[in-house]
Design a protein around this ligand. Structure first.
Ligand SMILES: C[S@@+](CC[C@H](N)C(=O)[O-])C[C@H]1O[C@@H](n2cnc3c(N)ncnc32)[C@H](O)[C@@H]1O
Ligand code: SF4
Length: 247
């Protein structure tokens, strides 16, 4: 039987980024999150029931939107309800997708304590000019600080970067890749910008410079490979573990 990987979508964000078409709402403050979670669980239970599905869950991915908008208490409540209502394998991978905003040493520590064993951090770029253009309200030094803290509690984490952004030079995109290597990031999702309808960036559709994007992609891929990053999907790279003397 095919194992189940559970994806839970938390459709709330602080702001709407100009390039993003994922389902998310910024007017979440009056929502009763506990009630929302319980309804989500009820819906999922009905799904399992109607399909008479007795399979085990092998991994959980809490994505968004911005799941770290939820309080620690509510994230714990969500996990607790999953474990109470569904069959889960022991020691499963539990990923929480997080925005740099709202991350700090305190919640990073507590995420690791409540059973989350992988973080996926939306970095997008290390370049302060690019970050400003894409309306991300943090800087290069905030990113370094967060990555330093994440490394204290998580061996397993991912960062998201985007290339092909308006006004992002080849140099800047490649410098992002070099930062990944220098910081020894274990997993990278390196996305080419997709221009989507109903986003602020839809105006850029006719201005895409495909030859620049191609140059970034092939150069970045080559540098990542040289430094031990294995590309297993179009946008996914994992740092290969160095073999020890006896392994
Ligand atoms: C659904 S978002 C969740 C991450 C989190 N909300 C954040 O932004 O920090 C997952 C990732 O999708 C990528 N993404 C979103 N819109 C995109 C687009 N139009 N083109 C390429 N990548 C995009 C970003 O890298 C983002 O971190
Ligand atoms: S990129 Fe992340 S923070 Fe920005 S709108 Fe999309 S889901 Fe929300």
């Amino acid at each position: 039987m095919i194992p189940i990987s559970l994806y839970i979508h938390i459709p709330f964000c602080f702001n709407k980024c100009p390039y993003c078409a994922f389902l998310s709402f910024t007017d979440y403050k009056n929502i009763n999150i506990k009630k929302y979670i319980l309804n989500m669980i009820k819906d999922l239970k009905e799904d399992f029931f109607f399909k008479n599905d007795k399979r085990y869950i092998y991994s959980i991915y809490i994505g968004g939107g911005t799941p770290n908008i939820l309080s620690l208490n509510n994230i714990y409540f969500l996990l607790e309800n999953i474990f109470l209502n569904f069959l889960c394998k022991k020691n499963i991978e539990i990923t929480l997708e997080v925005n740099i905003l709202n991350l700090n040493i305190n919640n990073i520590f507590w995420y690791s304590k409540i059973g989350i064993n992988r973080l996926s951090i939306g970095v997008q770029s290390f370049d302060n000019h690019v970050l400003k253009n894409i309306e991300r309200n943090y800087t290069y030094s905030d990113i370094l600080n967060i990555i330093y803290n994440v490394k204290c509690y998580f061996n397993n984490f991912n960062i998201d970067l985007i290339y092909g952004l308006p006004n992002q030079s080849v140099n800047s995109a490649i410098k992002d890749i070099k930062n990944v290597i220098e910081l020894n990031i274990p997993h990278l999702s390196w996305y080419e910008l997709i221009i989507q309808k109903n986003t602020k960036y839809y105006n850029f559709l006719n201005k895409i410079n495909y030859s620049k994007i191609e140059e970034i992609f092939f150069l970045g891929k080559k540098i990542l490979k040289k430094h031990g990053y294995f590309q297993y999907e179009i946008s996914s790279y994992v740092k290969k573990k160095k073999k020890g003397l006896f392994s």
